[in-house]
Design a protein around this ligand. Structure first.
Ligand code: PLP
Length: 230
């Protein structure tokens, strides 16, 4: 069975090859290793192998594991955040990839102000319109971003999306392209606290296509750690 180090090497090689195919510099693409259902010991070995960005999808699970992981990695929350967990999330995470409502933004801003910190965030967009997915509708993104300048403790760095599940990674391309185009349109708004520099798109099944389509952040779990048990 390949080790997580072999898997990591393979993922990094694939990112570099995809970037090269698209004429991009591989250093423009950041790997966030998604560690949900992975125990702290395995997370620590990945950090010692040089992975500096980790993603969790649930606040409670992250709260248990984050204190056990040495090396001060940057933690990203990639799953839906309920407003009543905002305070906890602000304490644990440096980047919220799943900002999806004004109410959540307001609550996070308030919690950040209390703590005297600021939080980097990505606006999650439900680019495919699937009813099972979180995220704002593409045509609601501009309206939401226009409200962001009043939340002084939040900085929106860009957009995040998940493509619909498919056996064929090529099916995701149209959605990744749509997210990139949306970011291009939104970048013309020129709002304070809002940048469109980051596109978080691509998971184990489709990160290579995502990198070809301009992803700057890929969120990869299974391809590194193997299938999730539990
Ligand atoms: C679990 C998860 C991932 C990683 O999924 P894999 O298919 O295991 O790579 C990425 N993004 C989000 C939001 C997730 O919940």
């Amino acid at each position: 069975m390949p080790s997580i180090f072999d898997n990591l090497r393979c993922v990094l090689d694939n990112i570099a090859a995809s970037a090269a195919r698209a004429g991009r510099d591989p250093s423009e693409v950041r790997l966030v290793a998604v560690t949900k259902n992975v125990d702290a010991a395995r997370i620590c070995s990945l950090v010692s192998a040089g992975v500096g960005h980790l993603g969790e999808n649930r606040v409670q699970e992250a709260a248990q594991k984050i204190p056990q992981v040495a090396g001060s990695p940057t933690w990203h929350l990639v799953g839906h955040l309920q407003r009543n967990k905002a305070r906890h999330a602000v304490e644990l995470f440096s980047v919220l990839q799943s900002l999806d409502s004004l109410e959540l933004a307001a609550e996070l801003d308030r919690r950040c102000a209390t703590r005297g910190v600021s939080l980097d965030a990505l606006l999650q967009v439900n680019i495919s319109g699937e009813s099972t997915k979180y995220g704002v509708a593409p045509d609601a993104a501009a309206g939401m971003l226009r409200e962001m300048p009043r939340f002084e403790h939040l900085r929106v760095l860009g957009l995040m999306t998940m493509a619909p599940y498919s056996e064929d990674a090529e099916d995701a391309r149209v959605w990744f392209r749509a997210l990139r185009h949306l970011a291009g349109e939104l970048s013309t708004l020129r709002l304070s606290n809002v940048a469109m520099d980051e596109l978080s798109m691509g998971m184990s099944g489709d990160y290579q296509v995502a990198v070809e389509e301009g992803s700057t952040i890929v969120r990869v779990g299974t391809a590194i750690f193997g299938p999730r048990v539990r």
